[in-house]
Design a protein around this ligand. Structure first.
Ligand code: PLP
Length: 394
């Protein structure tokens, strides 16, 4: 089938919750994907921070294949090796936390919202159930997570939304302090706002939140769905500041493209979720968890975090050179390979121009060109994109 044939058929049968580009992908290898007409694209989006080892990485493919031939699914009434091993790896790298497995970022955040309320009800009574999040945040598309998301437009038309959320400006500690009341049970923030435009908070912001939460036994919860699994040059975004959360959510890159979500919580907090309080049929599926183990071990074995820091700095330097040349680039920012160029004008059409030239990039909040390449991206691929952007900007 050609691009056009696939698109024509899809238009008849798929609900248009996404505004899609006029292309259908059929194959991927490393940082390259091919469309149905045979055109190749270098992928600087990674399925939105998901295919962190690129497409069809041999270790991920092998892990999925072996596990699919061994055991595809059992109920969470039983234990499995892959789920236990992913939880062990994450616990060893993230504050000795305990894991709850699910299938997506929104579900991981739902688990965090439920845990926050349950922990607070158990320890402080039922009045204490409010959660503070930040404006321009993004936490998912379920009813609970749209209520948590600090953007009016994601809730519009779906009211009444779940009560109990307050939104304060991101990066503003004074606003957070003012918003905290006797009813506050948790704060949920992204260590870097992803959908909000790769917004890096001021130094000391996460530490300030930690201090405020500690003073009140309010849970500090980091949504690491986009920042987690290496994209910022550390396993988790919070590690840049050395500020440890009580609860952390992960999804996207964890299994390199297989559906997975996980909420990590400090053990004494995790105790609030006992048998029967929460669950997920597919959560921690053996095939997804085997893929996750392959991703995590490859990052470790191949020292990919060092590579991300090195190539990320190179990428940012290149974008800053373009910024000197083009006055309409208002700001270049990011950490590791979570990188953005904010324009002083809409940038959506530049995504289409980049596709025409064989590059997948993204534009968020209308004016921010966003780049989330696979962790394995090489300098020459970055050079290729920078040359292409230069031509588009010119
Ligand atoms: N949280 C953050 C920070 C995200 O960036 C996203 C997705 O973009 C989500 C949550 C929702 O994840 P999912 O689409 O897997 O439900």
């Amino acid at each position: 089938m050609t691009n056009q044939e696939i698109i024509a058929q899809a238009d008849q049968v798929i609900i248009k919750t996404y505004g899609r580009y006029q292309v259908a992908f059929v194959r991927g290898q490393g940082s390259t994907v091919w469309d149905a007409d045979g055109k190749a694209y270098t992928d600087f989006l990674s399925g939105l921070a998901v295919t962190v080892l690129g497409h069809c990485h041999p270790r991920v493919v092998e892990a999925i294949t072996k596990q699919a031939q061994t055991l595809i699914h059992v109920s969470n009434f039983y234990h499995t090796v892959p789920q236990t091993e992913v939880a062990t790896f994450l616990s060893e790298h993230a504050f000795g936390g305990k894991a709850f497995f699910c299938n997506s970022g929104a579900e991981a955040n739902e688990a965090a919202l439920k845990l926050a309320r349950k922990y607070s009800h158990d320890h402080h009574g039922e009045e204490r159930s409010e959660i503070i999040t930040t404006t321009n945040s993004f936490h998912g598309r379920t009813l609970g997570t749209v209520a948590a998301t600090g953007q009016e437009k994601v809730r519009k038309g779906f009211e009444p939304t779940m009560p109990g959320f307050t939104y304060v400006a991101y990066g503003d500690l004074a606003a957070m302090e003012q918003a905290m009341t006797e009813q506050t049970c948790a704060v949920l923030v992204e260590p870097i706002q992803g959908e909000g435009g790769i917004v890096v908070p001021p130094a000391g912001y996460l530490a300030g939140l930690r201090q405020m939460c500690d003073q009140r036994d309010v849970l500090l919860m980091f949504d690491e769905v986009q920042t987690g699994i290496g994209h910022t040059g550390y396993y988790f975004g919070y590690q840049h500041e050395g500020v440890v959360p009580d609860v952390m959510t992960l999804a996207k890159g964890l299994a390199g493209g297989m559906p997975i979500g996980v909420m990590m919580a400090k053990p004494h907090i995790a105790e609030a979720l006992g048998p029967g309080t929460h669950g997920s049929t597919f959560g921690g599926n053996p095939v997804s968890c085997s893929a996750a183990l392959a991703v995590l071990r490859t990052i470790e074995d191949e020292h990919l975090l060092d590579h991300v820091q090195e190539v990320g700095a190179y990428f940012l330097d290149g974008l800053r050179r373009l910024q000197k040349k083009y006055a309409f680039i208002a700001e270049v920012r990011g950490r590791g390979l979570m990188v953005a160029a904010e324009l002083d004008r809409p940038g959506g059409h530049m995504v289409v121009k980049a596709m025409e030239r064989g590059y997948l990039i993204n534009c968020t909040v209308d004016r921010v060109l966003r780049f989330l390449p696979p962790l394995l991206i090489r300098r020459q691929e970055v050079d290729g994109l920078l040359t292409t952007l230069d031509a588009i900007f010119a």
